[in-house]
Ligand binder design. Structure first.
Ligand code: ATP
Ligand code: MG
Length: 252
């Protein structure tokens, strides 16, 4: 087994020197993460899951997203959930209502770890019916997934591009919402022009599945309606003809 007798601090110091691309990248990590997260990173590095860590792509309320490489040089994204930040109570509610995660323990660390796992599981399911990052590994509060972009640049968000065909864009998203709901029995839960990236041909790639819940969740229908409404609002502003009420009803 991987039993290195040296203590954690020493090994982390050495490993992090090798893996962080720059002192800025390392600082960005050390500013927000605790001892446990460093330990998890070290494990994932030892297991050959994470090789190099570049800088931060974006940091949100609950997580920080890093660009990284596997030891084989495959570009990936490392999304790390902060154990201190985030709306912990709301997260617990989301988890408890979802039959896949009903038994989550009460403490902060367990909730964050299950939250991270939930995003992994949602990505696994969603991939079968729409385009989203392939989940690669999850351990505690760290999720590794396929990088959606080119070189060092993530694809643009729907929000940031000139929409060529808003009617068709809207239909595509609604069809994907329906497949996710009817065939995979989950919803995205935070769908909007910020969580859909688009490739060079304006094909959508959905990201950020952490809020997604199972169809049986007490709030699932409300979230489904909100997802549809937000997408409809966006495409309507872009000039599409939308009917979110009808589209919502067509889900059942
Ligand atoms: N797999 C990916 N490939 C490329 N870029 C990504 C990927 N995942 C996330 N990103 C980039 O990082 C940004 C933030 O990621 P994401 O939306 O998952 O987190 P967030 O909105 O900060 O979530 P939270 O509110 O849970 O903290 C995205 O808008 C996108 O630009
Ligand atoms: Mg997001």
């Amino acid at each position: 087994m991987n039993q290195d007798p040296r203590d954690f601090e020493e090994r982390w110091k050495e490993k992090s020197r090798q893996m962080f691309d720059s002192s800025e990248a390392k600082k960005a990590f050390q500013n927000v993460f605790d001892h446990n997260t460093s330990e998890t990173m070290l494990k994932m590095a030892d297991q050959g899951i994470i090789g190099k860590m570049y800088g931060v792509i974006e940091s949100g309320k609950e997580s920080v997203v890093f660009l990284a490489d596997t030891p084989e040089g495959e570009r990936v994204v490392v999304k790390i959930y902060m154990t201190r930040a985030g709306n912990f109570r709301e997260m617990k509610q989301y988890l408890r209502g979802d039959k896949r995660f009903r038994n989550v323990k009460d403490d902060r660390r367990s909730v964050i770890n299950e939250w991270t796992k939930k995003e992994y599981r949602n990505l696994e399911k969603a991939r079968e019916v729409l385009r989203c990052p392939k989940p690669i590994a999850v351990r505690n509060n760290i999720l590794v997934m396929e990088f959606i972009g080119e070189g060092f640049k993530p694809y643009k968000k729907l929000k940031e591009v000139e929409i060529e065909n808003p009617d068709q864009g809207y239909r595509n998203v609604i069809e994907a919402v329906k497949k996710l709901w009817q065939e995979k029995k989950i919803i995205h839960g935070d769908l909007s022009e910020y969580n859909i990236l688009v490739d060079g041909e304006q094909r959508p790639v959905w990201i950020d599945f952490s809020q997604g819940v199972h169809r049986d969740h007490p709030e699932a229908k409300e979230l489904l309606r909100r997802d549809i409404d937000r997408v409809a609002d966006f495409f309507e502003r872009e000039g599409a003809d939308v009917d979110p009420v009808k589209d919502y009803e067509s889900m059942f």
